[in-house]
Write a protein that binds this ligand. Structure first.
Ligand SMILES: C[S@@+](CC[C@H](N)C(=O)[O-])C[C@H]1O[C@@H](n2cnc3c(N)ncnc32)[C@H](O)[C@@H]1O
Length: 197
């Protein structure tokens, strides 16, 4: 099947993307992964100022990375804590025949944010607060980790260059650092666009 998809370059829609996921991830997609339309909108804004490298902090199955890399030639790098999920993301990147994206297995806290021009975040640490809504039990999650991870990511973002763009989606539990100014909201306030002062 994959060779047929590759020959015909599958159209990037939520339906086409989600149906290629393992069953439990497909069922989780609506809650856990960015819709393609939103991901494209975010990627467009993040790169319109010539950002060459974009980091998805908690990349999941790579939906934002695939949507961005299909849109333009910037490089979309994802970091994903769960090894099996990072593998699915890289399978999706291959399926959609994209050479300008990769998802690395690891912890976002181990990434040097200074290597990136722009950032995307869809509530990566929320699962630490909600024991009943977890994607799987592959990694350690705990309420106490939420503020630790959020604080460390805020500190790393704070170290970015003036003009750096950040998009948060469903980030109501995450405050961008004071050094970022919110310049726009969309999707009823779920999507927030920020620029480093
Ligand atoms: C809500 S999903 C968003 C996925 C993707 N960014 C998207 O928009 O489709 C958040 C992801 O962050 C990952 N995550 C949680 N904590 C992380 C950490 N410390 N480092 C890297 N990834 C993490 C989770 O495993 C999950 O796949």
């Amino acid at each position: 099947m994959l060779s047929v998809l590759r020959r015909n370059r599958l159209e990037l829609t939520d339906e086409n993307f989600n149906r290629l996921l393992p069953d439990y991830l497909r069922l989780a997609a609506r809650l856990y992964f960015t819709p393609i339309r939103i991901a494209q909108m975010a990627a467009q804004w993040l790169t319109e100022d010539d950002a060459k490298t974009v980091l998805d902090i908690g990349a999941g199955v790579g939906k934002f990375c695939v949507a961005g890399a299909s849109l333009n030639s910037s490089f979309y790098f994802g970091i994903e804590y769960r090894e099996s999920v990072a593998k699915v993301a890289n399978d999706m990147i291959s399926t959609f025949q994209l050479s300008n994206s990769i998802v690395q297995h690891g912890n976002a806290l181990d990434i040097d944010f200074r290597d990136f021009d722009a950032f995307y975040m869809y509530n990566p640490f929320f699962e630490n607060l909600s024991s009943s809504r977890r994607l799987n039990d592959e990694v350690e999650l705990a309420g106490s980790l939420y503020s630790h991870y959020s604080g460390e990511v805020r500190r790393k973002l704070d170290g970015s260059r003036p003009g750096t763009r950040l998009v948060t989606f469903h980030g109501n539990n995450f405050d961008a650092p004071e050094s970022f100014k919110k310049v726009q909201e969309a999707e009823g306030g779920l999507l927030k666009l920020w620029v480093r002062r």
